[in-house]
Design a binder for this molecule. Structure first.
Ligand SMILES: Nc1ncnc2c1ncn2[C@@H]1O[C@H](COP(=O)(O)OP(=O)(O)O)[C@@H](O)[C@H]1O
Ligand SMILES: [Mg+2]
Length: 314
């Protein structure tokens, strides 16, 4: 396989006593979307800032298109774009004004900056709002403007740090469409998100990170396969929830989560479990189950499991 266009090895970064990255590794093949999925505080922004040359790692190294993000930062900057959760556009300018201003900041000629601004506004559906002040833009429009601002120099690699956090479903869909279009043109995208469905829809590969480390990588399907089957139990009597939870915990070593008023769900470690054995154990404890079934975990469950944020039975 070709060399990865984004490569991070053993990145460490601390802020005072906070160890934000603890040996983070990432590898993204050219032309793909890598979804960096992690809860708040996992280290996503810290990682993106290092890859985008805005911050230096304490240890480890990273390369973009073969260029070291610390020693060859200029080469890296010439090849990347960055858009974040907090739009960096100027509120007082119009959409078109913002794009022209950034074009000039990036040393495009006046003519070139104007041409590129109109091209991007047209392509990403903001032409109608081009001459309105950004103050009057919706959250989604602002975020889209921020995104296209990062495209002025046609980056090879685009970093999107939680591009849809806080947006309504329609605006999220518009951002997703824009990302897909860029990828179709060959742009490599590294996107951070807290949303599983976003990673599932956009990413070729997902890196789940937690506490500054990658805890799992793979396609969405591979990730679902990394944890065993899930067991769902529906009880005949909700009063049996606690004893049933105790039986399932004894069998699996994990606290089940509640599903509705009379249901429990638990991940099974490995593949050594037989439905019949589980039913027998419940039976032995005098617990009547209306339904017991095995199924593949959802991506949500994989995420909660991998990031150790289980919701326990109270
Ligand atoms: N500039 C900073 N100063 C102090 N702590 C920071 C700073 N930036 C990040 N952190 C801490 O590092 C950890 C990772 O943060 P961050 O990379 O922003 O996570 P995420 O983007 O995944 O939410 C958090 O505990 C955060 O509080
Ligand atoms: Mg962040």
């Amino acid at each position: 396989m070709a060399d990865p266009i984004v490569l991070a090895e053993g990145l460490h970064k601390s802020f005072g006593g906070t160890h934000a990255l603890r040996g983070l590794d990432l590898s993204v093949p050219q032309g793909t979307v890598c979804g960096v999925l992690g809860p708040n505080g996992a280290g996503k922004t810290t990682a993106v800032r290092i890859l985008a040359t805005l911050s230096d790692p304490d240890a480890g190294h990273a390369r973009i298109a073969g260029y070291d993000v610390v020693r060859e930062a200029d080469q890296v900057r010439a090849r990347i774009g960055l858009a974040g959760q907090y739009a960096a556009v100027d509120e007082k300018l119009t959409g078109r004004g913002n794009l022209r201003m950034f074009g000039r900041l990036y040393h495009l000629s006046r003519r070139e900056a104007h041409r590129r601004a109109d091209e991007l506004l047209e392509r990403f559906g903001l032409m109608d709002a081009a001459d309105r002040q950004v103050t009057g833009y919706s959250g989604g429009m602002r975020r889209r403007l921020d995104l296209i601002t990062s495209l002025i120099l046609r980056p090879e690699v685009l970093f999107l740090d939680e591009p849809t956090t806080g947006l309504d479903p329609r605006s999220r869909g518009e951002i997703w469409d824009s990302v897909r279009e860029l990828v179709a043109e060959g742009t490599t995208v590294l996107l951070t998100t807290q949303y599983l469905d976003e990673a599932d829809r956009l990413a070729d590969d997902i890196a789940v990170i937690d506490h500054g480390q990658v805890v799992a990588t793979g396609t969405p399907d591979e990730l679902k396969a990394t944890i065993g089957d899930h067991l769902d139990v529906v009880l005949e009597d909700p009063a049996a929830l606690r004893p049933a939870a105790a039986v399932l915990n004894a069998l699996t070593g994990t606290d089940p989560t509640m599903t509705g008023d009379d249901g429990l769900s638990v991940a099974l470690p490995g593949g050594a479990f037989r439905l019949a054995g589980i039913v027998r154990e419940l039976d032995r404890a005098g617990i009547a189950a209306a339904d017991v079934r095995l199924r593949r975990p959802t991506l949500d469950e994989v995420f909660l499991r991998l990031t150790d944020r289980k919701e326990n039975v109270a």
